[in-house]
Design a protein around this ligand. Structure first.
Ligand code: NAD
Length: 256
């Protein structure tokens, strides 16, 4: 009897998956039958996720370090014999105007959010090609398309991610590898909770959540992002390549 699961026996790596959107993607992929490698700089967090989902393993990886990303891909292939899907999701943010951002802070944000995605594509693509094709689904952000004061380094890195996805899509198309980025607006994860007070203070607004409610309608949920990541990794998105899927409640297409 054939399975109706969308990702049955596909092997997937998700970076930055100890919590937040990466954890949600890992759980959704596992629920659709994938063999998931949960990876994070926070190994204990990744292990906690792996322990709660059957068939999921945890591998430590700092996506800024080429040798660690290479080793992550090797660990997935050694364990499962192939790699079908890579989700470069790890990300960090700093909240400050550009003129108050040090070079070290700029590099901290761009090294994780942009260099890390490059390294994931660089090392995962050959393994996915060897498996006969598959998917790379970088987690960008709607800030790649619409400016948001105080997170200029983050937005620039995310715009770079969208560009990387476009180039990779064209370069890898002949190898049956599809590359599509996801561009969420604010989703209520630890990343957002950690920086809410800084936005309120530096923008002079009393209640960040009220601004979100007015502009986005509400926060998106991690599972809403994860369901798009499932769709993009499944055969149902077979003609999509080099695209950036905005998931933002309409905020980036409205003036008020
Ligand atoms: N939450 C949002 O509103 C939102 C919106 C758009 C895009 N995103 C993007 O989604 C992704 C996940 O965000 P989130 O909200 O779940 O954040 P989060 O802070 O909850 O989780 C991020 C994870 O990345 C890990 N990480 C950080 N640096 C790392 C590194 N160098 N190597 C490996 N792992 C590392 C962290 O340990 C953490 O587990 C990020 O790329 C983020 O930019 C988030």
């Amino acid at each position: 009897m054939s399975s109706s699961l969308l990702l049955q026996d596909k092997v997937a790596i998700v970076t930055g998956a100890a919590r937040g959107l990466g954890e949600a993607v890992a759980r959704a992929y596992a629920a659709e039958g994938a063999k998931v490698v949960v990876s994070d700089i926070d190994l204990a967090g990744a292990q906690a996720v792996a322990a709660s989902v059957p068939g999921v393993i945890a591998v430590a990886c700092d996506v800024r370090v080429p040798a660690q990303v290479e080793a992550l891909v090797k660990a997935a292939v050694d364990r499962h014999g192939r790699l079908d899907i890579m989700v470069p999701n790890a990300g960090v943010a700093r909240v400050a105007p550009l003129v108050a951002t040090s070079y070290e802070e700029w590099r901290e944000v761009t090294s994780v959010n942009l260099d890390g995605v490059f390294l994931c594509i660089r090392y995962a693509a050959p393994a996915i090609i060897a498996a006969g094709g598959g998917h790379i689904i970088p987690m960008a952000s709607v800030t790649a398309k619409a400016a948001c004061a105080l997170i200029g380094s983050y937005a620039a890195a995310k715009a770079g991610v969208v560009s990387l996805a476009q180039t990779a899509a064209i370069e890898l198309r002949a190898h049956n590898v599809q590359v599509n980025a996801i561009l969420p607006a604010f989703i209520e994860t630890d990343l957002v909770k950690a920086h809410r007070a800084e936005f309120e203070e530096q923008l002079g607004i009393p209640d960040f959540n009220a601004v979100i409610a007015q502009r986005q309608g509400r926060y998106g949920t991690p599972d809403e992002v994860a369901q798009l990541a499932v769709f993009l990794a499944s055969g149902r998105a077979s003609f999509s390549n080099g695209s950036g899927y905005v998931l933002d409640g309409g905020v980036s297409s409205s003036l008020l």
